[in-house]
Design a protein around this ligand. Structure first.
Ligand code: PMP
Length: 286
């Protein structure tokens, strides 16, 4: 089997740099069958990974909650990231650390199972695209007592992939998911913000991932003097909002043109969204 995803030459795997064409896994890899791997999505700009400490912290926290006992310290994981960028001689790229269980056993749990860490970097050209048109998914975010929302686990992404694939097959760019209480939660791989007048409004991150970009945008908005509110939002409220955008490491700040609920809600304005989009783009490249 050849490595198909477009990766930079070297992948850091369990402490060694491996040529990406030799980076292969056994077909009985536990995490392939039973899910349960944890990962991060990071971005490097001008040779520096934005908010690397926060990402490594979240990765380690995800591993801890999912009972993946890794052999590497915070400092070692930080160092491996930086060495990977140098080894691949890249300045701008998307970085993917992944922690997974090996192929030593097909039992659901077995002490023989290894816990592995890889860090890959893939080219990440900056893309600009028109505002997204999204719809409300039939799928909900799980109750936090069924799946911890602050964990970036492959298990969670099974339904994210389903929701995004369904949205695209219906002609939308992405899906908005509600939570188990029917509150607006987030899009498939990004957090959501609205603007009403001059106020920024975003859902409380109690049932979905409190994204690092989301936290950065709230901080930026506060610095810029933009009044910011975190609150529970029901779908019937969004008709009255003026702007909408999403945030995430990969797509940064993405303007939303419309949300299809049982009707199409159009956001014609983008003043605050565009301002924060530019401020964020400047900040990551500082
Ligand atoms: N929610 C989900 C489900 C995601 O996959 C992501 C992307 N990591 C986000 C939100 C945004 O998180 P961040 O800003 O930390 O990339």
């Amino acid at each position: 089997m050849t490595f198909k995803a477009e990766s930079n030459k070297f992948i850091w795997i369990n402490g060694e740099f491996v040529d990406s064409k030799d980076a292969k896994l056994h077909v009985l890899t536990h995490s392939l069958h039973y899910s349960g791997s944890v990962f991060e999505g990071e971005k490097a700009y001008n040779g520096k990974i934005f908010k690397l400490e926060e990402h490594v912290q979240r990765l380690m926290n995800s591993a801890k909650i999912m009972r993946l006992d890794i052999n590497y310290s915070f400092d070692e994981i930080m160092k491996a990231h930086n060495e990977l960028l140098q080894k691949n001689n890249v300045t701008d790229s998307y970085i993917r650390p992944l922690i997974w269980r090996g192929s030593e056993s097909m039992n659901i749990t077995n002490k023989l199972l290894s816990v592995n860490l890889l860090i890959a970097s893939v080219p990440s050209p900056t893309r600009t695209s028109p505002p997204f048109n999204i719809h409300v998914s039939q799928w909900r975010k799980p109750n936090p007592n069924a799946f911890p929302p602050q964990v970036k686990s492959s298990g969670h992404y099974a339904m994210i992939i389903t929701a995004q694939d369904e949205a695209k097959s219906l002609g939308f760019d992405d899906a908005l998911l509600l939570d188990h209480r029917d509150y607006v939660a987030e899009c498939t791989t990004s957090n959501i913000f609205f603007v009403k007048g001059d106020t920024l409004i975003t859902p409380i991150a109690d049932s979905f991932l409190n994204g690092i970009t989301r936290q950065t945008i709230i901080e930026l908005a506060r610095k810029l003097g933009i009044p910011t509110k975190e609150k529970h939002i029901t779908l019937d409220k969004i008709d009255g909002y003026d702007e909408c955008f999403t945030t995430g490491t990969a797509a940064e700040v993405k303007l939303i043109g419309s949300i299809y609920t049982d009707k199409n809600i159009i956001f014609e304005k983008n003043k605050v969204g565009s301002l924060l989009q530019k401020e964020y783009a400047d900040l990551v490249r500082l």
